[in-house]
Design a protein around this ligand. Structure first.
Ligand code: F0G
Length: 416
């Protein structure tokens, strides 16, 4: 018999899995804890035609789920490319989470989150978001026929994401402030207005996001990479990855732990600073700033869980500049893989860690590309037209205008 509980990561207090809460009475974050799960590599291999790369691993995600809301999330590709290896200085496996239904990894969390919201008979779901969470929640809520409210930081969200949230019919509120202000508001609305909050403070969302690494390792024939590099914003993925790896080891699905490398932007680096300075309290960033708006976060809610993941996997936290992020993105894009700015932090961070000797040349690094290239066309076009303040276009592909004649075309082609 499988037994599922919610367990506080601070004081260990346990709650029934049906309780509608995200935090312990002591304020600590909650983990979903399943006892008695029995799984094997063979069992998951035999389900390779499963339409969802999340529910393929149901026993590790939500053993008691019944009425599942799925849009065929997961099943994303892994890519190797010599140009990318040369750029980063080691062997890269790019796991493309931008191939999910709404274009980001959030769908893996949301299929579980919305399934759980329905099970709890929630009337309204809500989130604060730098864009992708709101796009994903809006889609899954509309699909399930449940009302959705989203809070976004005013003016600091990529248009691809904003257009999705509006199109899928969510009530969208721009909050005068940054993501951290929006996060505070949604947590209050959750408590006082009975909205079911589907940010990554909700432990069920992280159960879905664990499947990024479970599926990755399954795709690699259960051979673990040496490292898994991931951008860090609100710290949900970093938290989920550590939990997934510890559980996989306990269940005998893997023999060796990969190390997690979590990458922040230098202008939004609270966890980098906290980890570097071994601070026991989070060293928040009051006014986070980065071109990678998805990770423009100064007060990540999951910071304690993320640090636990770093400790459990002998991992590291690194920071990268907007220049490094946009250059890495240009290389990922030009390889025909493509991603949004925040995603490229994983590659930029890997390159930096190789240069610093933390990652050894020749070690295999799985870089998680968290979002689709089309999410933020402005960032791409502005890079290639040299219009991003403080960022030089090192890998620019310039847009040219020509007269509609062969002579003009020949002249233009000869120039390049
Ligand atoms: N990459 C992308 C493309 C994201 O959208 C996010 C987070 C992250 C990385 C960081 O992941 O929070 O798990 O550390 N986006 C959230 C949102 C905050 O609202 O869409 P994390």
């Amino acid at each position: 018999m499988v037994e599922v509980k919610l367990k506080c990561i601070e004081c260990g207090k346990e709650y029934d899995e049906n309780e509608s809460r995200y935090q312990c009475d002591c304020g600590g974050l909650l983990d979903v804890k399943s006892e008695g799960v029995e799984v094997s590599r063979k069992m998951f291999d035999s389900r390779k035609d499963c339409e969802s790369g999340v529910w393929r691993y149901k026993e590790l995600v939500h053993p008691s789920a019944e009425k599942i809301i799925s849009k065929g999330e997961g099943g994303t590709g892994i890519y190797s490319n010599e140009k990318l290896d040369a750029y980063a200085g080691t062997k890269i496996i790019a796991k493309h989470e931008g191939e999910n239904p709404t274009g980001s990894f959030k769908d893996r969390g949301m299929t579980v989150g919305i399934t759980e919201a329905l099970r709890k008979k929630a009337k309204v779901v809500a989130c604060a978001s730098t864009g992708n969470t709101s796009a994903s929640l809006a889609a899954y809520a509309a699909f399930a026929g449940i009302k959705c409210v989203v809070f976004i930081p005013e003016g600091k969200i990529a248009y691809g994401k904003l257009s999705q949230a509006l199109a899928y019919g969510a009530r969208v509120f721009q909050v005068q402030g940054n993501f951290d202000d929006a996060m505070r508001l949604v947590q209050q609305a959750g408590k006082e207005m009975n909205m079911y909050v589907l940010n990554s403070v909700n432990p069920w969302r992280l159960e879905g996001q664990k499947t990024i690494v479970i599926e990755l390792i399954n795709q690699l024939g259960w051979r673990t990479p040496d490292w898994i590099a991931v951008p860090l914003g609100n710290a949900g993925n970093t938290s989920a990855f550590g939990k997934a790896l510890v559980e996989m080891k306990e269940l005998g699905l893997i023999e060796r732990m990969p190390r997690i490398a979590a990458i922040q932007a230098t202008g939004a680096n609270p966890l980098y600073k906290t980890w570097k300075e071994k601070s026991r309290e989070l060293l928040r960033v009051k006014e986070p700033e980065t071109i990678a708006t998805a990770i423009r976060i100064g007060n990540p809610v999951n910071w304690r869980k993320a640090l636990r993941s770093i400790n459990q996997t002998n991992g590291v936290i690194e920071q990268v500049t907007d220049q490094e992020i946009m250059d890495a993105k240009a290389v990922v894009d030009a390889c025909g893989i493509g991603c949004e700015p925040a995603s490229a932090a994983s590659v930029a961070g890997t390159k930096k860690l190789v240069e610093n000797g933390v990652i050894k040349r020749g070690e295999r690094v799985a870089c998680v590309l968290t979002g689709n290239l089309l999410k933020d066309p402005d960032a791409t076009i502005n890079y290639h037209s040299g219009k991003i303040e403080g960022v030089k276009g090192r890998f620019v592909n310039k847009l040219q205008t020509i007269e509609p004649t062969i002579e003009a075309l020949e002249k233009a082609l000869a120039k390049r």
